[in-house]
Ligand binder design. Structure first.
Ligand code: AGP
Length: 607
């Protein structure tokens, strides 16, 4: 989603801003722009399309050393050149880039309109440079502070003033900003990825804070004007410029990385001898674990599906009630937060506004939320004081693959830890630990022999509609398979619990409709076989993901894709793999931009 980079230093700003934007491209965007000082004024270029296209139009741009830049993911107003950021005031001497949403922008527009301000875009953001212009009396920091007093909503902003060439002003409320403190240069960005090329020494702005940024550093204060000393932190994650490592796309690379990424999620956490596990970041004693009377996972999209798979495992192994909730719905239904419920906020990016909102609601009501996050230092990780990093490494493709399996793996480690205290004997715990330890090997084995994916794709790429089915642990996998196919190939598809098909979606089946049935051998296989018969009786084309060697199931399929045997609770970690590959290859077959599918953002920082 939208990205911000701002630079003030001793080198030409334009190439540095473009490099920063390139590092944010993975977040997803539809237009990009820059504003840099130009002699007496500002030089602004922005357009719809890729950062590389924008870079192509910057020849002859000024070599000045101060500027701001942005990648936009449209919310208010269509994908057009005027709606791209930066936005300027009427004189063109103040420029603003903004992430987030100004909720009262219509009222402000109407007010400013009456005072003779004309607007060039349909965006909510454009009110900001006009408000700042009205407030500007020669003090940039005070002008932004006064302007923000009129604003309701979320923002991360960076502002450049032609009349104050030695400063930038940035502010945050609900949209992350990190300030990189280099030698004689300061870089501000919405994501540490865009800062690390300059420095690893950073401060994270907090909500309702504003900062004056100079070449020498940053002075932070609250919006009310109280000075703040933020701790300088060192970025120690893997922020290298992501490489495809010889794969044609990040998505395929990330699918193939899963044996390693799952191993990282498990490493040092499983205790094979003790039949137990340890997640230091949760800081929970056995007494704390047994005091938990229910578990709720909060997340969106793929992360919600990971939470569903985890909840089923917690109920099965720990015998503690557990469920997953869609974070975007959670806080608006006035949820009851029982004291003895443990919440997990599952998020790859750690910046998803809906999930963050759910976390804050739980915390406000006195509940305990643990973060299950990939991006180190992200807002959700920081907001939940305790939690677990899933360590899948940077996920660049917009569609989540390796983060899903790492999230499930990390939650299964928690499951074992809890189950060992509540329900499992030493021997049972050892079996669970051993089963988890075997997963990376099973994943590697599958990826080396993925089965007839091409044949499946041949059918699916031509389909009008695809139905994904699964029972029990395979139901969240069916949901994830359908989500992936929609995201990457734009093929209408839905995931359903297989037993529910006869209550509606069966009406969608024509002769030849592809139905992908996720059916590893487990306690529900017999029931699943009956559901497969119902599919076959309608002449649909049945693709079955089954346990290698399970001929009873394979025989029923028009196309059978075998996966290695696992314990039932760990099966999502292998059954999801063919579905990821099907989505990837179907997307390619249809000429889609698989790493950056249309309309999607990697990190969804608006509600
Ligand atoms: C995954 O392929 C999607 N792009 C999307 O559903 C994603 O999982 C969701 O937006 C949540 O993101 P998060 O894990 O970063 O919070």
């Amino acid at each position: 989603m939208c990205g911000i980079v701002a630079y003030i230093g001793g080198e030409a700003a334009l190439p540095r801003l473009i490099e920063g934007l390139r590092r944010l491209e993975y977040r997803g965007y539809d237009s990009a722009g820059v504003a840099v000082l130009d002699g007496e004024g500002l030089w602004v270029r922005k357009d719809v399309g890729r950062v590389s296209e924008l870079a192509g139009h910057l020849q002859g741009g000024p070599g000045t050393q101060v500027g701001i830049a942005h990648t936009r993911w449209a919310t208010h107003g269509g994908v057009t050149q005027p709606n791209a950021h930066p936005h300027t005031d009427g004189t063109g001497r103040i420029a603003v880039v903004h992430n987030g949403i100004i909720e009262n922008s219509s009222e402000i527009r109407a007010r400013l309109g009456k005072r003779g301000v004309t607007f060039k875009s349909e965006t909510d953001t454009e009110v900001l440079p006009h408000l700042i212009r009205e407030a500007y009396k020669g003090d940039p920091l005070q002008a932004v502070r006064d302007a923000l007093a009129h604003v309701r909503g979320t923002y991360g902003i960076a502002v450049v003033f032609a009349d104050a060439p030695d400063v930038l002003v940035v502010a945050r409320n609900g949209s992350p900003l990190v300030v990189g403190l280099g030698r004689g240069e300061t870089v501000v960005a919405s994501d540490p990825q865009a800062v690390v090329a300059h420095t690893r020494q950073v401060v994270y702005l907090q909500d309702k804070e504003i900062a004056l940024v100079t070449r020498e550093g940053v002075q932070v204060s609250t919006l009310e004007g109280r000075e703040v000393q933020l701790p300088v932190e060192t970025l120690d994650g893997d922020y290298g410029l992501a490489s495809k490592e010889g794969f044609p796309h990040f998505m395929l690379k990330e699918i193939h990385e899963q044996p390693r990424s799952i191993r990282r999620a498990l490493r040092g956490r499983l205790q094979l001898e003790e039949g137990n596990a340890k997640l230091g970041g949760l800081n929970m004693t056995p007494r704390d674990l047994v005091a938990v009377n229910s578990v709720i996972s909060l997340g969106c999209g793929t992360s919600f599906h990971a939470g569903m798979a985890a909840a089923m495992a917690i109920e099965a192994l720990a015998r503690v009630p557990a469920r997953a909730e869609i974070a975007s719905e959670f806080r608006y239904r006035h949820p009851i937060i029982p004291r003895d419920t443990l919440y997990f906020a599952i998020s790859q990016s750690g910046e998803t506004a809906d999930t963050l909102g759910a976390v804050q609601e739980v915390q406000l009501k006195g509940g305990e939320v643990m973060g299950v996050v990939n991006v180190v230092g992200s807002t959700i990780a920081r907001t939940c004081a305790r939690g677990v990093y899933v360590h899948s490494g940077p996920e660049i493709a917009v569609a989540s693959t390796k983060a899903f399996t790492s999230q499930v793996a990390a939650m299964l480690v928690y499951t074992l830890m809890m189950a060992r205290c509540t329900n499992l004997s030493l021997e049972q715990g050892q079996l669970v630990a051993k089963a988890l330890d075997a997963v990376p090997g099973a994943v590697a084995h599958y990826l080396s022999e993925p089965g007839p994916i091409e044949e499946a794709v041949e059918r699916i790429a031509k389909a009008r509609y695809v139905l994904f089915l699964g029972r029990g642990f395979s139901y969240p996998v069916a949901l994830e398979g359908a989500l992936k196919l929609k995201e990457i190939a734009y093929i209408p598809s839905e995931g359903y619990p297989a037993g529910e098909m006869k209550h509606g979606p069966i009406a969608m089946l024509d002769p030849g409709t592809p139905v992908v049935f996720v059916c590893p051998r487990d306690g529900q296989t017999e029931k699943a076989i009956s559901n497969m018969m119902e599919v076959k009786a309608r002449g649909a084309w049945l693709i079955v993901i089954h346990t290698r060697g399970d001929d009873e199931v394979a025989r029923l399929a028009d196309l059978a894709i075998p996966v290695p045997e696992t314990a039932d609770f760990a099966s999502p970690l292998v059954t999801v793999l063919p579905l990821q590959l099907i989505a990837y290859h179907a997307g390619l077959a249809l000429g889609r931009d698989v790493d950056k599918p249309r309309n999607l953002a990697k990190s969804v920082t608006v509600e």
